[in-house]
Every structure is written in structure tokens, then in C-alpha cells.
Design a protein around this ligand. Sequence first.
Ligand SMILES: C[S@@+](CC[C@H](N)C(=O)[O-])C[C@H]1O[C@@H](n2cnc3c(N)ncnc32)[C@H](O)[C@@H]1O
Length: 188
Amino acid sequence: MNTKYLTRPTEVAKSFLKETLKKGDVVVDATMGNGNDTLFLANMVGEEGKVISFDIQDLAISNTRELLEKNRLSGVELIQDGHENMDTYIRDEISGAMFNLGYLPKGDHHIVTTAETTIVAIEKCLTFLKKNGIVTIVIYYGHDEGKIEKEKVINYVETLESNKFHVMKVDYINQTKEPPLLITIIKK
Ligand SMILES: C[S@@+](CC[C@H](N)C(=O)[O-])C[C@H]1O[C@@H](n2cnc3c(N)ncnc32)[C@H](O)[C@@H]1O
């Protein structure tokens, strides 16, 4: 692996998901944004699998739809609703989920994920997660709400029972400018 990938939490998250996901799996993109993670997940699980992606913004849905069409990928469910309502839409066990918190790049920076709804969404996600399934959460905290969200999400995941989950934090500890950090949760 090219080490450049290990300097970006989103790429580290993907490398963990690559180790665990297989064709036919059902997975969730909890924060669709411009669709990059949805595209990655769709390629991982193939046409026989299913990706269920959430975002609250029209722009995220249209950008993601366009990206998927460009890549000739279908069969992804693009849901315009908060990830905190994911239990309304998910019917199967899931093998993995990605959270990429913060605001839509090149979008409205005032529309951000918030601690309360993010934690509800993580909690719900874990109820659908299969044994050995993985949830990745990349936290951006360069903005005000991001700082609150970082503290609360870390406090929450620290409380997950150690006999049920492995929780890991990947943090770049010598960087300036508040680099994003990665949390992974694996179900035992
Ligand atoms: C950092 S972006 C995601 C980037 C994306 N994964 C990609 O590959 O481009 C965060 C996204 O979370 C969305 N968001 C904010 N609150 C949300 C919520 N309650 N449920 C789902 N998405 C939400 C924002 O609209 C924004 O598009």
C-alpha cells in the first residue's frame, strides 16, 4: 500500500472496510455528501449487494446520483432523510457503515452533522451490525459544532461494552490545524 493513503483518515477507514466487506454485503453510508463513500461502498459490495445512503440535503442526493450514473452503478438506495431515522429504512443485517461527519464539501458549511443525531444514528447502526461488521466514523472538528460533536461522540463510543465491541481511535497527534480523526467500531 502507498503510505500516502495512511495520512488520510478517510483512506484508512476505506482500507479497514476493504479488509472486511465482500460482494453481496448490505452496507450503509450514513453521510452521503458528494457520494464518494457511496461509490466506494457500491464497488465493494457489487451488484449483488446493497448500499443504503442517507443525507438531508437535495444537493447531496443529486451529486451522488450523478456520480453513480457516471460510473454506471445502479442499485444504491439514496434516501433524503437524517441518518438518525435509519431504522425506518433498513430491513437487513449490515456488514459495515461509514460516517464522514461535518459539512458538505463545496456546499453550505452551516449545514453540519450534530452530536445528538449522530449518536442516535451510531446507536441504531450498531443494532443492525453483523458479528465482525465494522462502522467507521471520521470526525472533522475544525468548525464549532465539530468540536462539540467530537467530544460527545468520543464520550459515547468509550461507553460501548467491551464484551460486545472493539472500539479504536486513530488520531494524528503531531499535526497542526485539527486534522480529522477516525473511530472504528467492530462488533464481536
Ligand atoms: C463531510 S460530508 C460527507 C462526505 C461524503 N461522505 C462524501 O463522500 O462526499 C457530511 C454530510 O453529512 C450530511 N448530514 C448532516 N446532517 C445529517 C443527518 N442528520 N443525516 C444524514 N446526513 C447528514 C451533510 O448534509 C453533509 O452532506
